[in-house]
Write a protein that binds this ligand. Structure first.
Ligand SMILES: *Cc1c(COP(=O)(O)O)cnc(C)c1O
Ligand SMILES: [Zn+2]
Length: 422
């Protein structure tokens, strides 16, 4: 099958084997599948066992790879939770697609299985990423499984402990860089060029191909859009690779005629790390020449603490295509939404709850209508950032928790316990 890389901005094409991630014009490349030659139907995909996960969709994830060469941990096929509590909080029927249920606890695994498979195909010896946590946790694991050396650059401080512990445990060479994520990513790209390392941040177009499968699973689990499927897919947005992958997934199935209607995408950022939101607001529906970068991004959602999202052009294109929107939420709104998701028995990390907080806000402002069906993506596992969960319930964050569940202190006696449980 003919597969090319294509510039998201100027349309120039490159061979699939090209080593660049960036076009001569400076914008990112995307994998361009020949949809007329994929050789499978939607019904074929539907008939395959769901526990094939990402690779259930192999012909549309990485058609060039031999199935026996795939590096996988059985990622994907995550649960889609209906939740009355969360629906009541959002204000309309809401489902939660839990990407924290992947092998290393975030959606990054769906990208990494595709990206590491491509790294091996290219004969890479060392893989590298910059990461606020989950990318490094995932890459460290997949590199170890594939027998590759792994280098991760982490921005100074503020890395959630669950994530740092994974990168160390899986054996990555972890370097804490005295700078923010955007600086670390710029260094990764220079280092990779100089030392011939293979980059697995979301600048890598092969990685994003794996993340498309989140959307296709939602469509199979809920029903196809225009029938029983979602009216909205709401996703936390940092480097905005994931929301771009979602847009590409929808575009491809729409072009194949497999869905009649495009669900609308909503990309939700934190108020303190909102470059995509600001750029979208300023764009009036077009694609501006420059990003409205945020120099010192700050939010409790460390996974979305990014000021210069590399995939911003693609993201805006896909928001436009799907009649989507960008939104922003405060840290307080994020943590209160997280508490609702957690108390529903489901649980997620702080950044993940931006989707639920964003859906609620979009409903309040009338962008999402009551009665519409909303799929919110929970991007990471509740145990990734236990510190901030506990700090929330203890009232130690800079804002009061709306749904605190603080532990009670009691003497070691039956009377004291009965009094405590009154
Ligand atoms: C990586 C990540 C995000 C942001 O995804 P982007 O593709 O960078 O927009 C959001 N939430 C979690 C938990 C993540 O790990
Ligand atoms: Zn170009």
């Amino acid at each position: 099958m003919n597969v090319e890389l294509k510039c998201c901005k100027c349309g120039k094409t490159y061979p699939a084997a090209a080593t660049e991630f960036t076009c001569a014009c400076g914008h990112l490349l995307e994998v361009q599948l020949d949809l007329s030659a994929i050789g499978v139907s939607k019904a074929d995909f539907e008939k395959r066992p769901a526990d094939l996960g990402v690779w259930r969709f192999r012909e549309m994830v990485h058609p060039l790879v031999e199935p026996s060469n795939i590096v996988t941990r059985g990622e994907g096929n995550t649960f889609l939770y209906p939740s009355e509590r969360v629906s009541a909080f959002v204000g309309t029927r809401t489902w939660l697609k839990h990407e924290g249920e992947n092998p290393t606890g975030s959606f990054k695994d769906r990208g990494m299985t595709a990206g590491i498979t491509e790294a091996v195909r290219r004969g890479a010896k060392t893989v590298i990423c910059a990461s606020t946590g989950n990318t490094s946790a995932s890459l460290a694991s997949y590199a170890a499984i594939a027998g590759l050396r792994c280098v991760v650059l982490m921005p100074d401080g503020k890395i959630a402990f669950g994530k740092l512990s994974q990168a160390l445990a899986y054996g990555a060479k972890a370097i804490q860089v005295k700078g923010n994520f955007d600086q670390a990513l710029a260094l990764v790209r220079q280092l990779a060029e100089a030392k011939n390392y293979y980059v697995l941040n979301s600048v890598n177009p092969w990685r994003l191909e794996g993340q498309k499968t989140i959307v296709w699973e939602i469509l199979f689990q809920m029903g196809l859009a225009g029938q029983d499927g979602p009216d909205w897919i709401v996703v936390p947005a940092g480097n905005v690779g994931n929301v771009s992958a979602f847009g590409k997934a929808l575009k491809e199935w729409y072009e194949l005629g497999w869905i009649e209607k495009l669900p609308r995408l909503a990309a939700v950022q934190a108020e303190g790390a909102n470059p995509l939101y600001r750029t979208w607001k300023a764009s009036a529906g077009g694609i501006p020449d420059a990003l409205e970068a945020v120099e010192n991004p700050d939010t409790i959602g460390s996974a979305i603490r990014i000021g210069k999202p590399v995939n911003w052009v693609k993201c805006l294109q896909y928001l436009k295509l799907t009649n989507g929107v960008a939104e922003q939420v405060s840290d307080q709104q994020m943590m209160d939404a997280k508490a609702v998701v957690d108390a529903a028995g489901i649980g997620c990390e702080p950044a993940s709850a931006a989707s639920v907080a964003g859906a609620r806000k979009l409903l309040e402002s009338g962008v999402i209508s009551r009665g519409e069906k909303v799929a919110c993506v929970l991007t990471g596992h509740v145990l990734k950032d236990a510190d901030n969960t506990v700090n929330y319930h203890l009232g130690k964050l800079p804002y009061p928790p709306a749904f605190a569940n603080a532990p009670i202190q009691a003497e070691a006696s039956l009377d004291a316990l009965e009094a405590a449980l009154k």
